[in-house]
Design a protein around this ligand. Structure first.
Ligand SMILES: C[S@@+](CC[C@H](N)C(=O)[O-])C[C@H]1O[C@@H](n2cnc3c(N)ncnc32)[C@H](O)[C@@H]1O
Length: 199
């Protein structure tokens, strides 16, 4: 199992590109209502918070969550852009969300990082975090290896069919497409989805 805190402490963070995910910027530039109209977006596995700050830069309230105290410390040390904050905790636990409400989740490189055996639990956690009608906007990495990375993971690959089947008990797939923008090397290998929490 990956020791994420150890990876952050040793600066072994090849996934951290220093800026927000290009497909997220694309969604915002194209006016995606599920993000721009959100009251509070949760970013699970936010790392040093680039996507959180990208959301905040558009006036969207955003909360980053990460298991690693070092990642959260780095995220908090970045200049504040808008209404963003960061929490340290596991998405599989409920303690960090007591007294907090989220109507939207932005998923990017957290799902592919967790042990595939925990994917059903991940989908259940998202269903607990989001109210009926809430949106899970997910960027799923289908063949998630950046140049030079080993294929045994993490990150772990997933198929569109598996993503649909995992979320189907709790969410309806409303939109999907392959984003045009990507980090270099990830072009055409990501799948953008908008899931709506069922009543
Ligand atoms: C591959 S990194 C991606 C970070 C960030 N999304 C990015 O792209 O720069 C995965 C992140 O998920 C965090 N993580 C792993 N398991 C988690 C969990 N159960 N709850 C919250 N965060 C978790 C790790 O600490 C790590 O920062």
């Amino acid at each position: 199992m990956t020791d994420w805190e150890d990876r952050w402490q040793k600066n072994e963070t090849p996934w951290d590109k220093g800026y927000g995910a290009p497909p997220l910027t694309e969604c915002l530039d194209l006016g995606m209502e599920e993000l721009l109209g959100a009251r509070q977006v949760l970013v699970p596995g936010c790392g040093s918070g680039h996507d959180v700050r990208e959301l905040a830069s558009r006036g969207i309230g955003a909360t980053g969550l990460d298991l690693s105290p070092t990642a959260v410390t780095r995220a908090r040390a970045m200049p504040k852009i808008g209404h963003e904050d960061y929490l340290c905790g596991s998405l599989f636990e409920a303690d960090w969300r007591i007294g907090r409400e989220f109507d939207t989740v932005w998923e990017h490189t957290c799902f592919c990082a967790i042990d595939p055996a925990l994917r059903v639990a991940y989908a259940r956690a998202m269903a607990e975090i989001l109210p009926p009608g809430g949106h899970l906007v997910g960027l799923f990495f289908l063949t998630p290896w950046d140049p030079g990375e080993k294929e045994e993971g993490p990150p772990f690959a997933v198929s569109r069919e598996e993503v649909e089947a995992l979320f189907a008990p709790h969410f309806e797939l409303r939109k999907d497409r392959v984003p045009e923008r990507a980090y270099p090397g990830r072009e055409g290998r990501e799948w953008l989805t908008v899931f709506k929490r069922r009543n």
